[in-house]
Design a protein around this ligand. Structure first.
Ligand SMILES: [Zn+2]
Length: 303
């Protein structure tokens, strides 16, 4: 049976680098954010991390054709239609017993598309393990329900202050380098952090397929955390190409969307990105703590 790891959680939590580390192991391939591939790949033909547009990528072109034929626009349109009634609200409603069955069925069309794509990716690459870095809880729920795949849900969590800081950097960049802190950004990020992480945990916490990984633990001891993840998926024999305790040879990847770090490959040193400790204003750190406490503490973060 084809094994799949689907990463669930909130953004800016290190999912791209974690997926690329896993994807550097023989027999493992990272597919990037599959929830975004319909629109950004099939629809808009954006640049893959290999440097080619989606339609010319040596990995995605054959996978796309094997799964769906040559008409990429039709796939993007079909994905838009099939996912229209999904989303995280759907995921919550699906769990209400009096609405359950009909709500669950809404995911069937999307599940069929995901099955075709995963199957084609496994067939084309010959991989034993696919890594889907989508992060979206509803997408992870559809993935976890697929027949014929052994799907693990990897819940990736990062300190909410690091996430807020990382989001701020993007805001600064887009605004042309202004350094005024966007408190709305920190508020929205922190509320979403609580919502996403609590949702993922509440859906899967009693599920054997569920594994919680903190970004900080991963960068502190990548070998140990990667071994834990692979062991959880039943692939403890996979050899990840670590050159040193925090150094790894990253294979070229084929990610259509995600952090720009996806374009990096070769020998890479993994370090904790904790610039936020000095660079995020104390008042903003306090605000994030205020919003995310006690959830922050629940996930093992101290203020
Ligand atoms: Zn590519």
């Amino acid at each position: 049976m084809i094994r799949v790891i689907v990463i669930a959680g909130w953004g800016r939590s290190g999912s791209t680098i974690l997926a690329n580390v896993l994807g550097s192991a023989p027999g493992v391939v990272t597919l990037g954010e599959i929830n975004n591939i319909w629109d950004r790949g099939f629809g808009s033909d954006l640049l893959c991390s290999c440097g080619e547009p989606f339609s010319a990528c040596q990995m995605w072109r054959p996978i796309a054709e094997r799964a769906f034929g040559a008409d990429r626009t039709a796939v993007a349109e079909r994905a838009r239609e099939t996912s229209a009634r999904l989303g995280n609200t759907w995921l919550i409603r699906r769990r209400l017993p009096f609405l359950g069955k009909r709500q669950a069925n809404h995911g069937d069309d999307y599940a069929a598309m995901l099955t075709a794509l995963y199957q084609a990716a496994a067939d084309h690459t010959g991989s034993r393990l696919l890594v889907d870095a989508s992060k979206s809880p509803w997408h992870a729920a559809v993935a976890a329900s697929l027949q014929g795949f052994d799907v693990s849900v990897l819940h990736l969590i990062r300190d909410p202050r690091g996430v807020a800081f990382s989001l701020r950097k993007k805001v600064d960049y887009q605004a042309g380098g202004q350094i005024t802190m966007d408190r709305h950004g920190a508020t929205a990020s922190s509320l979403a952090w609580v919502y996403r992480n609590r949702l993922v945990e509440s859906v899967w916490k009693n599920d054997l397929a569920y594994l919680q990984v903190r970004y900080e633990d991963f960068v502190a001891d990548p070998e140990d955390q990667v071994a834990r993840i692979l062991d959880h998926t039943g692939l403890a024999d996979v050899a990840v190409p670590f050159a040193g305790p925090n150094e790894i040879k990253i294979s070229p990847s084929h990610n259509i969307s995600g952090n720009p770090v996806r374009f990096q490959n070769g020998l890479t040193t993994l370090r904790a990105d904790d610039k936020w400790r000095d660079a995020l204003p104390q008042s903003t750190q306090k605000l994030v703590r205020l919003i995310t406490w006690p959830h922050m503490r629940h996930f093992g973060y101290r203020g």
